[in-house]
Every structure is written in C-alpha cells, then in structure tokens.
Design a protein around this ligand. Sequence first.
Ligand SMILES: *[C@@H]1O[C@H](CO)[C@@H](O)[C@H](O)[C@H]1NC(C)=O
Length: 211
Amino acid sequence: METPSTSILLTLTLTISSLVLVRSGDPDILSDFLIPPTLDPSTVTRQFFTFTGFRNLRKANLTGKTNALITKATKKEFPVLHGQSVSVATLLYPPSGINPPHIHPRSAELLLVLQGELEVGFVDSTNKLFVQTLRAPDLFLFPKGLVHFQVNNDAHLPAAAVAMFGSSDAGTISIPRGVFGSGIKDDILAKAFATDKETIAKIVEANEPLT
Ligand SMILES: *[C@@H]1O[C@H](CO)[C@@H](O)[C@H](O)[C@H]1NC(C)=O
C-alpha cells in the first residue's frame, strides 16, 4: 500500500531526475557574461567577444602530417565562453590524415564538413559501431561521451571540418594516449589487452602523453 509520504518521495525523485536530464549544458550563469577577475570590467569591449586565433589556419602547413591539425576555441583560448555552454574547434586533415579515437566527456559534438570527404564513426555503449561517409557540407552528431574518430580517405586532397560543442570546455580523452600514455602499469595493460609486456611497451612508447 502506498502511503502519502512515499508518493511525495516518488514525485520528488522524478522531478529531480527530469531536472538533471534537462540540464545537459554547463551550469547556468547569473549574468549576461562572465569577465575574468584579471580583467577590469570597464575595459571590456567588442574585442572580448572576438576570437582571431583561427587566422593562423591560413598559413597552416599539413605537409608530412598524419594527424588532423586541431585548433580549439574553448574557454581557455577564448575566455568569453566561460559560462556560455558553447565552444568550437577547427580540424584540418592532411591527405590520408586521421583524428584518432577519442572521447569528449562533457558534451556531444556536431561535426560540419567544410571541405572534402571524411569517414567518421562512433561506438555506443553496447559496442555497436556507426560509420558514415560525409561530404562537404554534411553534418554529423557524435553523442556525448562516446568513442569516435574521423579519417580523410583521400590520399591526395586535404579535408576540413568544424566541430561544435554544447560546453565551453568539452574536454578530450584520447584513447591511445589516455590508455597507453597514461602511466598505467605495463603488466595491467598486458593483462587487460591479453598480450605481453613487450607489445604494451612498444605501444606506450608511441603514445607518450602530450606535455
Ligand atoms: C611545410 O612543411 C614541410 C615539412 O615540414 C616543409 O618541408 C615545407 O617546406 C613546408 N612548407 C612551407 C610552405 O612552409
């Protein structure tokens, strides 16, 4: 038999869980925008809302590169994004270039192909792989927290894309570096991947953490 207090508790639980589900971005802020403590609010102009870091892409040199050149505009590079729940990254893929499997723990990713063709994919939590071939200007969604990758299968032409996130700092965990460049002991990895320590040592060496 249901007592009034259990139904109140149930209602409360359902309300709280639906609130948690609805709030999928960064925490809301209580002002129009946030100004870093190091900045005098009276000096804030339109420049504060402008990011020019992508201008460097005009002189990007992809020759000899195997991985995509990723340029981020998160709250770190573009402080006005603090509290605004958005950020972007540009990706330039050399011919045959890849963006190795990785995770963004704090946001889904919308990938808009600007130039060329990309093979993309992600793996869901049942280990089901979804792969797709995209051609500019196609758009693809990588759900939050799932392992995903992109490959430029063209051996001669570069490709370009812009990635959009619903967080000012979506975070990136590289699977190769996050696992093999993380400092986890070789014998643990050897057991986990059912291989020997020498093989693990070789992979670890190729995946030193970024400094
Ligand atoms: C681009 O990089 C390659 C390899 O590092 C180098 O040989 C080439 O001179 C560079 N090109 C330009 C235009 O800087």
